[in-house]
Every structure is written in structure tokens, then in C-alpha cells.
Design a protein around this ligand. Structure first.
Ligand code: ARG
Length: 600
């Protein structure tokens, strides 16, 4: 569907042409003086030189030609030569009516459905999810939904860290505690137990204990340091044994996975974050040797100080990009190796047009190396769009990475819980009679909006301060403010229906106040906002749009008697506008990954 600006530019272009000027001069933009007009065109200024005429003379002629055009309420030529444009209320209304008949409310969809793989989440199995995992999950999920809405086939893959040292540490610690288990008996030839020797609660304790044992503090004695080193060495060996396919250690690995995955799923579910694929680093273990051979055979990889590397530096690099390391000198695969093998497998299985990665921005060099290596080795096609969307850190009020009150690492579960509790108190305060169940489920929804909007309203790459009071406020640029506005609309619509009105069938009329018109014009900008958010992979643009929409709605609401309106057709029109506004909000918050309660 053509955008409002395109439609205006066409008419203004026609007028320039009719007056004897280049029609390209008719390009309109949003007004930067909304107090004076809605749209503007500065073409006469640009044309002045070309035609050797004073700009206002050109503007006068064009305005004259547009005088009788029904699209406009007013086109004024103002000195030194601007065109100030106000569209007609009828144009705004009919545009909205048409938009509602379009697929995806007028968003331009690609001709074919491109396939995108989104790699986000990045949880490390057996390690508790911490606050650092929040942003990739929230941003990745939102971008996935935005891309889906704008006509892409999107596959979300969690890409778990499930093959690293943490596994060896757990095995080592388990062996210390329970040497009697069959996994540690070299003579054992039977089938290993189906039941896991540990629960998720055990794991939550075992991993940190093992990790602590593998690292001696600065001030430790020589003896302690040696013990930590020996422990770490054992864990590294256990990791390697597990990776190399040792039956007993693989059996423990399966237990760790079986116990951890439901817990991970539960955590992501609580964030309303869902993956199509639950793959991880372990999934490419078996294809790494083949990939390495291929890289060697084609001369892409070469040895350097015992390690195997792919050179990825370019002459025009502003800063040095070190080679991408494929194998360490001891033959072990690295983070880049699993990422490259994963690209190879994704290309084979899904033929994606694009693969986007969402994780901490400190990993940007890693991804630059991996992307270059993938293109150089032809694992990815020259046109495969590989992108890294690095996120900034969530900081505490002190500007340093967010911690628990006693300075520890903030677990994701704790954080979600804290925001939920705070919201629950607020909901209970404003609705003392709300039944317990409803208060809990409402609090959960509003808390999620606080958390997600608080995050997504920032540009992904920027750090931000986690300010729980601000995020959970019902006022200002927050998720709860958006939901509060939506709940307000829902409640009016419900009342209207309770009085026997048909909200769904209500017909939108022309705006009868400036506030109503502003709201309607914002609605016409829906597709621009969403397309621009999709093009820039920027959920913050959806947030900015609904914040404006919320403000426009609330100005309209405060200045208009809606249910008390006596003129039935006016009232019907207001109700139609409310329904449409709600529909836009609902579509947008769904893209951001949260939902709205009935009351709050
Ligand atoms: N597990 C990694 C981490 O916690 C993030 C994984 C990101 N995705 C990737 N394909 N490397 O740091």
C-alpha cells in the first residue's frame, strides 16, 4: 500500500509539473513544525536556482494549483518558499479504512518469502541464566516477530553452549563426590542408568562449586593454587573425553542435558521467548573434522605456530583483525570452529538468505572473524547476509553491570521474580478487590512489559541502567504505560458493548478535533514505523511509535467525551477509532513480545 507521504508527494509533484517545473521537486516530508502544518514540501527552495525564480513565487504557483485538491484541507505557501500542507480529514479517514483491508495493515511484503535464521538466547547449559542472557533473548525474540510480521520466514535457534568446559567441571565434581557411580568404573560394561544421578537443584549447586574449585583466588597459597590447577586440568581432560565420545561421559552429558533443558525452557517461557530449534554447539561436533579437512584441502586454512588458522585480515582494515583460529595447537576446536560448522550445517539444511546473531557486543570481533572466514571458505554464499547485532550491558544505578543487592551475579529468575513482585504489589494497591489469581497473572503480564519495554526502548547496542522504579511506572515511556492505555481503551469498548453497542461494526468518521486528527495521522504511519523497524532490526522504533500513539490517544481521550457523546454517529466514530487504536497497539506489543491484561 502506498504510504501517505508517497500519495502526497504524487499530488504535489503533479502540481509542480502542471506549473512547469520538475515533478521531483514535489517530495513531501513530515512537518518539522507540527504546530503549523502536518506535512511540508521544500521543493520550491530547491527549484529556485534551477529556474532562476524567487522560491516563494514557485511555491505560490504550486499552492494555487493544489487549492482545489480534495486530498488537502490546506496548502499554504509561506516565505521564503515553503509549502505547508494539511491533509483533509476525509483523506485520513479513507486511508485508515483502506489500510484495515490490507494484509498486515499496509506493510509492504517481499515478493518471495526469504528465510532468516536468528541465533539468539545463547544459554549455556548447566550454568544458571544470568542477567546477561536477558538482552539477547528479548531483542532476538522481538526482531524475530517483527521480521515474521513483515513477511519473512524466520527460524529462531537458541544455539546453546552445551559442549564446553562446564560439562567437564560437572563430571569432575561428580566423580569427586560419587566415585562409586558406574560412570567412573573403568570395568563397567553394562548399560548406564536411565535415571540421572542429580537433579536440577543439585546441578545448580554442583556447577558453581566446581567452577570455584577450578580457580584459586589471587591470595591463595601455592598449595591451593596447585590444587586448583590440578582440578582444572582434570576438568579439561574430562571435557575432551566427553567430546571424543567416551561412553560413560557422554551418558553423564545426556543426563545434564535432560535435567537442564526443561529448566531452560521454563525460564525462556517465563519471558515469552520461544525457539524453533534447540540446537547447540554439540550438534556440530561430528562435522568439524570434515570441515577442517575441507578448509585445509582448499588451502583456506594454514598452520601458524602449531594452530590451524584462516587469515581474514583485509588491506583496508582500520584496525587489525587477527586470523580466525580453527584448531588450537593441541587439536581442540574453538568457539569459532563450532560457529563455522554451524553455518555450514545451516546452509545445507535451511538455505537461509540471512543469519543474524544476537549476543553481547563484546563478541563483535569474534563474529567479524567468523563471518569473514565463512565467506572466504565459501561455507556461506557471497550473498548470504551474516549480521551481528551486539547488545550493550544492563547496568545498575552505579553504571556498572547489574548485580544483586549483595554484589553477586544477578540470576535471570531472580530478576524476573523481583519485577513480578513489585508489579504485584502495585496491582494489588490499585485493585484491592481483584481476585488473587487474576492479580498474579496480571502482575506477570505487566511485569513482562516493564522488563521488555525497558530493554527494547533502548537501541540494542547501547548500555542502559536497569531502573526498576522507572520501568514499572504507569507513566512515562514504559511498558506499563502502554498497557495502561490499552486497558483504558478496552474498558471503554466493554462499556459500550455492555450498553448494547457493536464496537466491531462501528464506522470511522472524519476527525472532528485536532487531537482526533493527530491520532488518526499516527495510525496512518503504522506501516512506515514497522517497515523501518524491520529494515534496521530495531525494536526500539516500534517502542517509539507506540509511545507516540499512546500520547496521541491519551490527548484525544482527555479532550473528548466518548461514551457520554450524544451524537450517535460521532460516538460510533470514536468507538471505531478506539478499536483501531487498540488493534495497532496489540499488533505492536505482540511484535515486542508481551501481552495486555484486561484490567490493571
Ligand atoms: N553461549 C554464548 C555465550 O554465552 C553465546 C552464543 C551466541 N551464539 C553464537 N552462535 N555464538 O557467550
Amino acid at each position: 500500500m502506498e504510504k501517505v507521504l508517497e500519495l502526497i508527494s504524487k499530488e504535489v509533484g503533479d502540481a509542480f509539473e502542471a506549473a512547469g517545473y520538475d515533478r521531483e521537486l514535489g517530495r513531501a516530508t513530515l512537518s518539522n513544525r507540527p504546530d503549523l502544518c502536518e506535512y511540508q514540501c521544500n521543493g520550491a527552495m530547491a527549484g529556485a536556482k534551477k529556474y532562476g525564480k524567487a522560491p516563494f513565487m514557485i511555491a505560490d504557483e504550486v499552492a494555487e494549483k493544489l487549492g482545489s485538491n480534495e486530498m488537502f484541507e490546506k496548502v499554504e505557501s509561506v516565505k521564503p518558499g515553503f509549502l505547508n500542507i494539511t491533509v483533509s480529514g476525509d483523506f485520513a479517514r479513507s486511508y485508515i479504512v483502506r489500510m484495515l483491508h490490507e494484509r498486515r495493515m499496509g506493510v509492504t511484503l517481499p515478493g518471495h518469502e526469504p528465510t532468516y535464521i536468528l541465533d539468539y538466547g545463547g544459554a549455556n547449559v548447566a550454568k544458571p541464566l544470568h542477567v546477561g542472557h536477558l538482552r539477547p533473548a528479548i531483542i532476538g525474540e522481538a526482531v524475530k516477530r517483527i521480521l515474521k510480521y513483515t513477511g519473512h520466514k524466520v527460524i529462531g535457534d537458541i544455539h546453546m553452549g552445551d559442549w564446553g568446559l562446564q560439562m567437564g567441571l560437572i563430571i569432575t565434581e561428580l566423580k569427586c563426590r560419587h566415585p562409586e557411580l558406574p560412570y567412573f568404573d573403568p570395568e563397567f560394561t553394562g548399560a548406564y542408568p536411565k535415571e540421572s544421578p542429580f537433579t536440577i537443584e543439585d546441578l545448580a549447586e554442583i556447577y558453581p562449586a566446581a567452577s570455584a574449585k577450578s580457580k584459586a583466588p589471587e591470595d591463595a597459597s601455592e598449595e591451593q593454587k596447585a590444587a586448583a590447577d590440578a582440578y582444572k586440568k582434570e576438568a579439561l581432560e574430562a571435557t575432551k573425553r566427553m567430546q571424543d565420545g567416551d561412553k560413560a561421559y557422554r551418558a553423564i552429558w545426556h543426563h545434564i542435558m535432560n535435567v537442564s533443558l526443561p529448566d531452560l525452557k521454563k525460564n525462556y517461557d517465563s519471558l515469552d521467548v520461544h525457539f524453533d530449534l534447540w540446537k547447540g554447539e554439540s550438534d556440530v561436533h561430528d562435522v568439524i573434522p570434515g570441515m577442517v579437512d575441507y578448509m585445509k584441502q582448499h588451502g583456506y586454512a594454514h598452520e601458524s605456530q602449531g594452530a590451524l588458522v584462516v587469515d581474514v585480515a583485509r588491506e583496508d582494515d582500520a584496525k587489525e583483525i587477527p586470523p580466525c583460529m580453527i584448531l588450537k595447537s593441541d587439536g581442540a576446536a574453538l568457539y569459532a570452529t563450532t560457529d563455522l560448522a554451524t553455518i555450514q550445517e545451516r546452509m545445507k539444511q535451511y538455505h537461509p538468505d540471512a543469519i543474524y546473531y544476537f549476543t553481547d557486543k563484546r563478541q563483535s570481533l569474534h563474529f567479524e572473524q567468523v563471518f569473514r572466514a565463512a565467506k572466504k571458505t565459501k561455507l556461506a554464499l557471497p550473498e548470504t547476509d551474516l549480521k551481528f547485532i551486539g547488545n550493550g550491558t544492563i547496568n545498575g544505578p552505579d553504571g556498572k553491570p547489574f548485580k544483586t543487592r549483595d554484589g553477586g551475579v544477578m540470576h535471570l529468575e531472580t530478576l524476573v521474580q523481583e519485577v513480578g513482585d513489585k508489579m504485584y504489589d502495585k496491582i494489588k494497591q490499585s485493585n484491592p478487590d481483584m481476585p488473587e489469581d487474576e492479580a498474579r497473572s496480571t502482575a506477570k503480564k505487566v511485569a513482562l512489559s516493564a522488563l521488555k519495554y525497558g530493554d527494547l526502548s533502548n537501541q540494542a547496542a547501547k548500555d542502559y541502567i536497569f531502573d526498576i522504579d522507572r520501568f514499572t511506572s504507569f507513566e512515562g515511556d514504559t511498558g506499563p504505560y502502554i498497557l495502561y492505555t490499552m486497558v483504558r481503551i478496552k474498558s471503554i469498548l466493554k462499556k459500550y458493548e455492555a450498553e448494547g453497542g457493536d464496537a466491531k461494526g462501528a464506522k470511522l468518521g472524519n476527525p472532528d478535533s485536532p487531537a482526533m486528527k493527530s491520532l488518526m495521522l499516527l495510525i496512518t504511519r503504522f506501516s512506515d514505523a514497522i517497515e523501518s523497524a524491520a529494515a534496521d532490526l530495531a525494536p526500539n522504533k516500534v517502542c517509539a511509535y507506540i509511545y507516540d500513539l499512546g500520547n496521541a490517544f491519551n490527548s484525544f481521550y482527555h479532550g473528548t467525551r466518548i461514551l457520554a457523546e450524544e451524537d450517535a454517529s460521532k460516538k460510533e466514530s470514536y468507538i471505531a477509532l478506539l478499536s483501531i487504536t487498540l488493534k495497532i497497539f496489540e499488533t505492536c506489543i505482540d511484535m515486542l513480545g508481551f501481552t495486555c491484561p484486561e484490567k490493571m
